[in-house]
Ligand binder design. Structure first.
Ligand code: ZN
Length: 396
């Protein structure tokens, strides 16, 4: 198959090709990228063609933080409790398709129930269901009665931490998720800014995950938990909001030495912000904390926590608007959703750019994302592992 376009962005850090083309092999990888005339010369007459002369073609987007088991409604936890696995299975497939509609060709699910995300990952990979490449964590590790305990990941001591990690590895998890601090969606248990695990226990999580060959994604709102995660050497810190008290009171603390430790360790931060950022009551403070992390050289990647209240699966580009508001360049924002995100989830060698040997994950958008990040919200066509998909908003 060949995809031709008015403009091809092979990667945020490369020169755009005018009038370019991408040649896709039968195995779903890219075999050539270049000027249209050159690529067409490589093909026979029988090749499938998608011509998109008015659009920009670029690498498929990566959402580093989603929850396919949650419905994004007013009470996702209650809705999940009232949904049996059969209904949940089809709801999750529908949500995965909406991620793809938004140009997300890879999504990392950081907490589901009953191994359904892993099942869906495999069904999509086999081509039986339309959706993005999924990476999954299974049930997040949490303390008894702690944040999201109802997903089934309670661990009480070192032995149960090790057993839980080994169990996830055996079930084919791609990443281990640990709830280092409390959160706001679980009644009872630790508050958002309070730790659930100390640095020693987080070290056990990291050690067990390394043994299983898996990375660790840590949910951390509290400044103390963030420091403990950095010290324990997790791979990504999710949220990283630097809270030291109730968010309603806006109590934050940003110690420079902790940010330096995160940057030096090469730990990625995923702020996990949905399109709701624009309604955040303390936007200035949020922007200050982003600038603080940026100023200390922390690498940040895109994720939306899709599935939690108000974070819809089709809203990826609107979440990126936060970083435009922070004054970051369109190329950098694109990198947060492509090359940098690919590196953060451990797939820098196969996704995030358009190059021979990489997965044929690409999207076509109207407009130029290098001058206008909002163009990422105007997805016209998606190729996911070489499989064409016309988004619902286009086919409707
Ligand atoms: Zn989350």
């Amino acid at each position: 198959m060949i995809v031709t376009a008015g403009r091809v962005l092979t990667a945020p850090d490369e020169e755009p090709l005018q009038d370019g083309a991408v040649l896709v092999a039968a195995d779903g990888t890219i075999s050539a990228v270049g000027p249209r005339a050159d690529v067409i010369r490589l093909t026979g007459p029988a090749v499938d063609r998608w011509d998109l002369p008015d659009d920009t073609v670029l690498p498929g987007l990566v959402n580093c933080h989603v929850h396919l088991a949650l419905d994004a409604g007013p009470d996702p936890v209650g809705a999940l409790r009232d949904t049996d696995d059969g209904v949940l299975r089809s709801a999750m497939a529908e949500r995965a398709r909406r991620l793809l509609d938004a140009g997300v060709t890879t999504a990392r699910d950081l907490g589901d129930r009953g191994g359904l995300a892993a099942e869906l990952r495999d069904t999509i990979a086999a081509g039986a269901v339309t959706g993005p490449r999924l990476l999954n964590a299974g049930a997040p590790l949490t303390v008894p009665g702690g944040h999201f305990w109802f997903l089934g990941g309670e661990v009480a001591d070192d032995a149960s931490i090790r057993a839980a990690v080994a169990d996830r590895a055996r079930r084919g998890a791609d990443v281990i998720k640990v709830m280092a601090s409390g959160g706001h969606m679980t009644p009872g248990g630790a508050a958002m800014w309070e730790p659930q695990f100390d640095v020693r226990q987080l070290g056990v999580v990291v050690d067990a995950a390394r043994e299983a060959g898996l990375p660790v994604a840590a949910h951390a709102h509290g400044t103390g938990s963030i420091a403990a995660c950095a010290q324990a050497g997790v791979d990504t810190i999710e949220h990283c909001t630097w809270l030291v008290g109730s968010p309603a009171e806006g109590r934050y603390e940003t110690p420079g030495h902790v940010a330096e430790m995160i940057a030096a360790a090469g730990i990625y931060v995923c702020p996990a912000r949905s399109s709701g950022w624009a309604r955040f009551p303390r936007l200035d403070s949020l922007l200050d904390r982003l600038a603080f992390m940026d100023g200390h050289g922390i690498r940040m990647v895109a994720g939306t926590d899709a599935g939690v209240t108000g974070s819809r699966f089709e809203d990826f580009a609107a979440g990126l608007g936060l970083y435009a508001r922070a004054g970051w360049s369109p190329a950098r924002i694109l990198a947060m959703a492509t090359t940098e995100a690919a590196a953060a989830v451990g797939l820098a060698d196969s996704i995030g750019r358009l190059a021979p040997g990489f997965s044929a994950d690409l999207i076509a958008v109207s407009g130029d994302p290098l001058t206008d990040p909002a163009a990422l919200g105007r997805v016209r066509f998606v190729l996911a592992r070489g499989r064409p998909h016309v988004p619902a908003q286009v086919s409707a």
